[in-house]
Write a protein that binds this ligand. Structure first.
Ligand code: UD1
Ligand code: CA
Length: 453
């Protein structure tokens, strides 16, 4: 598109209805602040400049809204007098003269570039104001799009609407595109004679029409335009986001047996032919390569799972866990900041932290890397092809060589050279017949107690 465009993103925040000590637009969806979702879509729409309208938590919101490669100018709305007033705080930028002015709301985060581009296209073909609307069975709280003779004539806010107007199910998403040459003229005519005493951006519809301007609405799916005023709506946004992303992943070749039980992060990457079993939670920063299997009830965060590796059931991968090809981390195992080598197995009831484990090494059930001395963290290095017997404690810093064998139940405090066998436990002693002697004595005590009663 040859027309240039200024995007104005409203994020002065309202935390009253959220009942929150933090700005609404900082609340996360899929682990990412709402405002960052909006900015990513704006960036993908290909606008020329962006103004972010800030209020509460201005610094934090500006930081969360900063994206690589997107130059953002911030303006402060010191008094929160409504969406129309908020857009006008970007007056200086709008006055620079753009073909298109695009308005987006920080609390409508699921928007994709499609509807934003469609709104700009409508401006390019002669509209002066383009409202992005949606149809919903649940219009409560939204402004209603009022139509007469097939034309959009006004947007009526819930609080100002008559019962008949409230029955309308065509709603305003808040997202809007305005002819850049006429925008300031329209916006500066907005008043505040309404139920809330606020300057409503939505009034530009009637203002533009009164001046002979062309006003149109373009529709987009409700799933992209749902807004957020309270925590219940935040949970709805999360659900919608999760449904969308799971669908994208499945269509790209990821198998999910019960997708509705899998929770993804905004940056989760899963390759083709990976299998994700039910009840798996992905925190931020996870990549699962193709063909890997994540068994049920596993929790992954900041982890890398290579092709053909398997995780769980009931495994926890914490930040810095890196599983090489074909490796296994099984049930009730926790792995943190550790490399698990190609084909290595960590199968049962184990904690591996701050460690490097070589290829094909087998870590027995109940092995613990004792990585923390109460003050500092230390590293455990285990070579390739080693075997760590069950219930061993590896007290870091410690190095175990290739092919070494650690006897079960050992506490290993010294380095073990390659191919050595290390015992770190008391030797077994044998007292033949002693168990029978003890048992007979105990039975006699019990019988004596009984006869006293
Ligand atoms: C607004 C629309 C409504 C629409 C709904 C969609 C108006 C008057 N109403 O209502 O028609 O259906 O969004 O979700 O526009 N903001 C500021 N400064 C302000 C006021 C708001 O920056 O002074 C920002 C908020 O941070 C928020 C966005 O603008 O990100 C929308 O404000 P909000 O108060 O949530 O508007 P709604 O009542 O939801
Ligand atoms: Ca809102």
């Amino acid at each position: 598109m040859t027309r240039n465009c200024l995007a104005v993103v409203l994020a002065a925040g309202d935390r009253t209805r959220m009942k929150s000590s933090m700005s609404k637009v900082l609340h996360p969806v899929a682990g990412r602040p709402m405002i960052a979702h909006v900015m990513a879509s704006i960036a993908a729409t290909g606008v020329s400049d962006v103004v972010l309208v800030l209020g509460r938590d201005a610094e934090k919101v500006a930081k969360a809204g900063t994206l690589d490669g997107l130059a953002v100018e911030s303006v402060l709305q010191t008094e929160r007098l409504g969406t129309g007033h908020a857009v006008l705080t970007a007056r200086d930028a709008i006055a620079r003269g753009y073909d298109d002015v695009l308005v987006a709301y920080g609390d409508v985060p699921l928007i994709t570039p499609g509807p934003l581009k469609a709104a700009r296209e409508a401006l390019a073909t002669g509209a002066d104001v383009v409202v992005i609307g949606f149809h919903t069975q649940n219009p409560t709280g939204y402004g209603r799009l009022l139509v007469e003779d097939g034309e959009l004539i006004a947007i009526r806010e819930e609080k100002d609407a008559t019962p008949a107007e409230r029955a309308v199910t065509w709603c305003n998403s808040g997202l809007m595109a305005i002819n850049g040459q006429k925008a300031l003229g329209f916006l500066s005519r907005i008043g505040n004679a309404n139920a809330k005493g606020e300057y409503y951006l939505t009034d530009v519809v009637e203002i533009a029409r009164a001046e002979g301007g062309k006003v149109v609405a373009v529709d987009a799916p409700e799933s992209e335009l749902t807004g957020c005023n309270n925590r219940a709506e935040l949970a709805v946004l999360e659900r919608l986001w999760q449904e969308r992303r799971r669908h994208e992943l499945m269509v790209s070749g990821v198998t999910m047996i019960a997708p509705e039980t899998v929770f993804l992060s905004h940056d989760t990457v899963i390759g083709q032919d990976a299998l994700i079993e039910p009840n798996v939670v992905f925190g931020p920063g996870v990549t699962v390569e193709g063909g890997a299997v994540i068994h049920a009830f596993s929790h992954l965060e900041g982890a890398y799972v290579a092709a053909g590796a398997t995780v769980g059931p009931f495994a926890r991968l914490r930040p810095g866990a890196t599983l090489a090809e074909g490796s296994k981390v099984g049930n009730f195992c926790e792995v943190k900041k550790a490399e698990i080598g190609k084909g290595a197995k960590v199968n049962h009831l184990t904690y591996i932290g701050d460690a490097v484990i070589g290829a094909d090494t087998n870590i027995g059930a109940g092995t613990i890397t004792c990585n923390y001395d109460g003050v500092n963290k230390h590293e455990t290095r285990i070579g390739a092809g080693a075997f760590i017997g069950s219930n061993s404690s590896l007290v870091a810093p410690v190095t175990i060589g290739d092919g070494a064998l650690i006897a079960s139940g050992s506490v290993i405090t010294d380095d073990v050279p390659a191919d050595a066998l290390a015992f770190g436990r008391a030797r077994q002693e044998m007292k033949p017949g002693r168990a029978a002697v003890i048992r007979d004595r105990n039975l006699a005590i019990k019988a004596a107690k009984k006869s006293q009663k």
